[in-house]
Ligand binder design. Sequence first.
Ligand code: NDP
Length: 499
Amino acid sequence: MAKKLTTGFGKPVDNDQNSQTAGPNGPVLMQDVHLLEKLGHFDRERIPERVVHAKGAGAHGYFEVTADVTPYTKAAFLSEIGKKTEVFARFSTVGGEKGSADAERDPRGFAIKFYTEEGNYDMTGNNTPVFFIRDPLKFADFIHTQKRNPKTNLKDPDMFWDFLSLTPESVHQVTVLFSDRGTPATYRNMNGYSSHSYVWTNAAGEQFYVQYHFKTEQGIKNFTAAEADAMKAKDPDHATRDLFEAIERGDFPVWRLEMQIMPVAEAEDYRFDVLDITKVWPHADYPPIVIGRMVLDRNPENYFAEVEQSAFNPSNFVPGIGPSADKMLQGRLFSYHDTHLHRLGTNYHLLPINAPKNAPMASYQRDGAMRHDANGGDGPNYWPNSMGGPAPDPSSADPGMPVTGAIGRTEYTHPNDDFVQPRALFRDVMTAEDRDHLISNIVGHLSNAQERIRLRSCAVFYKVDPEYGTRVAEGVGVDVAEVKRLAAMSAEDRAAATA
Ligand code: NDP
């Protein structure tokens, strides 16, 4: 026999097809509490969409340690070869709304929640090793330009390229994004990078800057622009479908975790600023070391409960892993928790997908909307107390990083330029075919912007490499001599000349 249907409060429902009316043809009655409850709940089904990373897919699995990293970190979940930790991963596009197509050109979010015995550790990366901007004060402006025009409600190539060409630090990420890596064939066929540098601390208190690279064992596979366009029309949910179906048939996706590790003392004189997210650490300088693997082997039972309500937060650290002073990371440490408070509510950390299921949670936080656990029971709700309440453990602290200098609003000062690394990507890493695709992908998009914005954008590409700037200029129909003249100017003069 089928389970008995009840209201949300557990009362039996006698009939779920006919509303209560006064006589067979009369009006619906206020006293039909089952109908009122059903409609009222339906009216409130939607929660705020994520401002970024709204469209996503997720899966459960585990992380397994395959190398001894105790010389670098005391994190308990990384303490032994063979040790496994439960994870939940979510992949996403960034700019599109919840119903947008998976095949859009966009970075892909690559977020992992490790349910460790020392609390949850979240890694919120992307499928690209760098980012468009390196100061969080620019983030809202940047995202506005990737979204819809306030008047037309359409995506706007002028906004998109105006901001990026006035922000030349973005050209590294723009070059990755407009390569075919900007349209990964599936979520399984892409890498995940921490992009930021983080700080690992070992048991002796020694500190290391680290970068995480989750390398796909399925192999990198990308769509060309034409393939991505065709997929958007054919199946807007293709990557969500691919991940779900692969796991359902037992074809579990695997990523190897490779780490770049740098003793903190080496950072000061390093040729690139390790706190600048628009830069990578070249592999020749810091060869990645394989330390583990992530396997996704279980689909969510319920999308809303597990994927939509999952809340990743780069400030969820465990002892032995902490933030660097990367300014973008510092902004994210605030913003993720803040947006989850808005999107999910004060007690979002108690939702089953977000709760620290392998560590006891014992805080003095109390009450708030939708507090649905025992709320600390009859225990004390203040610290310090002499009532046997949980006490801080000083041994869990990591040593602080020394800082000096006057307070101020300062540009990054490390001596390097924004064009060296995209130049290496364009000249040395990309094949001739990759470069052809890069140029035509940019031309297809930039052609729709105003001429002065096309000129300014081409000048930035020209600074990366004259061939790069020239080919895009020819493709979008602007004067190459003018592009060359603009490229020779300072960023401020170029902005003024193309205002
Ligand atoms: P390497 O030749 O050692 O590494 C180049 C890396 O580029 C590889 O990891 C490769 O990934 C990746 N790659 C290949 N095609 C693209 C693409 N279209 N978009 C983005 N990445 C791509 O060189 P270096 O370490 O000296 O770095 C040279 C340049 O490579 C950098 O300036 C940066 O632009 C790019 N890069 C560097 C990374 C790093 O952490 N050092 C990471 C990713 C890119 P795969 O292994 O999957 O083939």
